[in-house]
Design a protein around this ligand. Structure first.
Ligand SMILES: NC(=O)c1ccc[n+]([C@@H]2O[C@H](COP(=O)([O-])OP(=O)(O)OC[C@H]3O[C@@H](n4cnc5c(N)ncnc54)[C@H](O)[C@@H]3O)[C@@H](O)[C@H]2O)c1
Length: 512
């Protein structure tokens, strides 16, 4: 699928397009340059010597040619989709993102623009204004839009990736993360050269979603396999990994085979780990089916299982070859699981996306009908963090926001509290700690607490949980900085920014 950038002149289609192409590991093509090459003259010359209709004809033929080439980011001229046929072609061969900007921004940019734009020659303001009025309805009819004012080209390219639900990761392995229908898993795996897939899932997800995934795989692979394990954290053991290894052997998997992990974080961790060790490591693909796994567990390449002594004690860094998240599968997710996953979504808003945080203030009903937008925004936050610090040497620790207190509360509740519930409680406690340490100004913890409550999460440590036990659990937290006898907290400084702070007086973290 191509990505077309479209919109009025001066919105930065070429500049943003080049960055977007580089971010996604795709080619960049500027339609105007192709038109000039095909016509063997510049656009002002075509317009002057042959007129606008001829220029539009060149545009149409060049577009028809370009869509046949390999997947690219294509910057279109400001009127390239005025012809209905061109629009249909672009929308059938890819996604069109409309760039928009205020008139003053456009004027400022076009004034400095050295490329001559024949349609705007002379009275720039007057001509641009009348062009915008003329095309208003046309531009407004494109659903995917990026407002470019006041942002850098890099930020606009990042926004385009969020809207597309498409990222290319390269800090730990090279792979794409896409928001797509699960029905595309066959095609997308095949395009990446993946072979001989076997689906690993749990019994709940198998019942609800395995057929569609298998059908999609069957369209391109002769006989994809299926292995099912019991659902839940109690399956995340060496025993299950062992069963998966034997299942792979019995199914005849060799070094070129592919494991497709279809499920929540438990399945991703288990199947990813089994893939990382089977025959010294075979390829795997993640198809996350819980909110938590879409915005968190499937991203970052951590796999593993639990020991009786503690969670996630054995594991590997082993990134998949593809992550495909389909928010529609969340329709079958039990509500408590959805709410629990919202803790990570709110957390990602607090870490670096105030707009995402603001969306969460709209409450659970809004969330349920806008999962695609939330998944796209929340996954982008984690992707940015793990690309900057894949092996948790520094700022990746920001993702621990809410988890230092949260893990301890979860443990002391004997896992009666769901992970997300414990993280929500932890986030509010840690925001209060941030206020006390003047890392944040007063009121931040209430603001975060209000949003968590609005999506159905608890924010108070249950009174029956002994404070001393929670403190004890925090002291043995694995993130303890032994040399300084302090715990490194990720504390919210404001919505959209966290700071890593070493704290010695842990009791402060539990003060009301
Ligand atoms: N690898 C990482 O970086 C990372 C990060 C965070 C969490 N995790 C791990 O993730 C695990 C938790 O993941 P989780 O919350 O997704 O739990 P989960 O995988 O246990 O799924 C929760 C429940 O939802 C069911 N389910 C899943 N998708 C469904 C769907 N679409 N419809 C209906 N039911 C569905 C499952 O069968 C299960 O009963 C923990 O083990 C945690 O350690 C890993």
């Amino acid at each position: 699928m191509h990505i077309f950038l479209y919109g009025p002149p001066g919105t930065g289609k070429s500049t943003i397009g080049k960055i977007l192409a580089q971010d996604l590991g795709l080619q960049f093509v500027d339609l105007d340059r192709v038109v000039e090459a095909n016509a063997a003259m510049s656009i002002p010359e075509i317009m002057e010597q042959q007129g606008e209709t001829m220029f539009r004809d060149f545009e149409t033929s060049s577009l028809n040619m370009l869509v046949l080439e390999s997947e690219s980011v294509i910057a279109l001229g400001g009127g390239a989709l005025l012809r209905e046929g061109n629009r249909r072609l672009a929308e059938s061969k890819g996604k069109v993102i409309l760039l928009t900007a205020r008139l003053e921004t456009l004027l400022e940019r076009l004034d400095q623009d050295s490329i001559k734009r024949p349609l705007l020659a002379g009275d720039l303001r007057g001509k641009l204004l009348s062009l915008l009025v003329q095309r208003d309805e046309h531009y407004n009819s494109f659903p995917y839009r990026v407002q470019v004012d006041g942002k850098t080209a890099e930020q606009n390219a990042q926004e385009a990736q969020i809207i597309l639900g498409r990222h290319h990761l390269s800090a730990m392995g090279e792979y794409d993360v896409v928001v797509e229908s699960v029905g595309q898993i066959g095609n997308l795996s095949y395009q990446r050269g993946l072979q001989n897939p076997i689906v690993v899932t749990d019994e709940n997800v198998a019942r609800l979603h395995a057929d569609k995934v298998l059908e999609s795989l069957q369209r391109v692979y002769p006989s994809p396999g299926l292995l099912t394990v019991p659902p839940g954290e109690s399956s995340k053991t060496l025993d299950t990994v062992n069963r998966l290894w034997h299942g792979f052997l019995n199914a005849g998997l060799d070094r070129r085979s592919t494991v497709v992990a279809l499920g929540g974080g438990v399945i991703g961790d288990l199947a990813g780990f089994a893939a990382s060790t089977y025959m010294r490591g075979i390829q795997w693909v993640a198809v996350p089916t819980t909110l938590l796994s879409m915005v968190d567990a499937s991203l970052g390449g951590k796999t593993g299982f639990d020991l009786p002594e503690g969670k996630n004690l054995i594991g590997s860094f082993y990134p998949p070859k593809l992550v495909l998240a389909d928010p529609r599968v969340l329709q079958t997710l039990p509500e408590p699981e959805l709410i629990s996953g919202m803790a990570e979504v709110v957390k990602h808003g607090v870490i670096s996306d105030p707009e995402l945080f603001h969306l969460c203030t709209r409450g659970l009903d809004w969330v349920k009908s806008n999962l695609e937008e939330l998944v796209k925004r929340a996954m982008a936050v984690k992707i940015k963090v793990i690309e900057d610090d894949p092996y948790e040497k520094g700022f990746r620790a920001a993702l621990n926001l809410g988890h230092t207190v949260g893990h301890a509360v979860e443990l002391v509740s004997r896992f009666e509290l769901k992970h997300g519930e414990a993280v929500a409680i932890g986030m509010v406690a840690e925001a209060r700690l941030a206020e006390r340490l003047t890392v944040a100004s007063k009121g931040l913890s209430d603001k975060i607490g209000d949003v968590l409550s609005a999506v159905g999460l608890p924010i108070q440590i249950p009174s029956e949980l002994p404070r001393e036990e929670i403190l004890g659990a925090m002291r043995v937290d694995k993130k303890k900085n032994a040399s300084r006898k302090a715990i490194r907290f990720a504390l919210p400084a404001e919505i959209g920014r966290v700071e890593l702070v070493d704290v010695t007086d842990l009791e402060m973290a539990l003060e009301e």
